[in-house]
Design a protein. Structure first.
Length: 219
């Protein structure tokens, strides 16, 4: 019997929106994005029978403990605690739980920051503070994936998530932990750098996205 083929997963993007105003207190929101992943493989048994594997999928866990697929272009808005204090010279931190929602396959999971609206601009006439933002990422064990990089360098791997080895979950279900290693957390720190001419960006905002992607790995 042949082992399942390692296949790429179709990517869907959502948004991580950060709305900040220099010298003022405002709210910021984050959207976590997971791949809407349907990964098909065929197992050749005896003769010419073909068996289609279960769906391949990753998801995130909302702060209320329910499953969020975040698999549309709009994504899902994730509130960041303390975002109102994000002014030049300060940072905000959020933890995004990601899990392998597949009963059989492992999920080699990566992520990156991407720009919304092509260049991160929120709206005409609103200053884009992207040049003043840096990003640091770590996993829940404290392993640092990158430190104080610009958006185009803010990419990394969360490693391989183990299969759930249990029932898959649907949108809105209460999240239930499964097999060890099937879930991880991304700790993302966003810093608003205080530098020359930052005052010219007072009232500025930028529109970003965190995109998670996964590739199936046969057990």
């Amino acid at each position: 019997m042949k082992r399942p083929v390692r296949q790429g997963v179709g990517q869907r993007s959502g948004k991580l929106r950060l709305a900040v105003t220099a010298g003022a207190l405002v709210a910021a929101t984050v959207t976590a994005t997971s791949a809407a992943a349907y990964d098909f493989a065929n197992l050749n048994i005896v003769g010419e029978a073909l068996i289609e594997t279960p769906r391949f999928d990753i998801g995130v866990v909302r702060d209320n403990g329910t499953v969020e697929q975040a698999d549309t272009e709009a994504g899902f808005d994730w509130a960041v605690a303390g975002a109102a204090d994000l002014i030049p010279g300060r940072s905000v931190v959020t933890m995004i739980p990601v899990f392998n929602n597949t009963s059989v396959f492992k999920a080699d999971t990566s992520f990156k920051i991407i720009l919304r609206n092509g260049d991160g601009t929120v709206a005409a006439g609103v200053p884009n503070i992207l040049p003043f933002l840096t990003f640091t990422a770590a996993d829940e064990t404290g392993k640092v994936l990158f430190t104080n990089v610009r958006w185009d360098q803010a990419k990394g791997s969360l490693g391989v998530l183990e299969p759930r080895w249990g029932a898959v979950l649907n949108q809105g279900d209460a999240y239930t932990p499964a097999a060890d290693g099937s879930a991880k957390k991304l700790k993302l720190t966003i810093t608003y750098v205080d530098g020359p001419d930052v005052e010219k960006y007072n009232g500025g905002q930028t529109a970003l996205a965190v995109h998670f992607d996964a590739v199936s790995v046969a057990p």
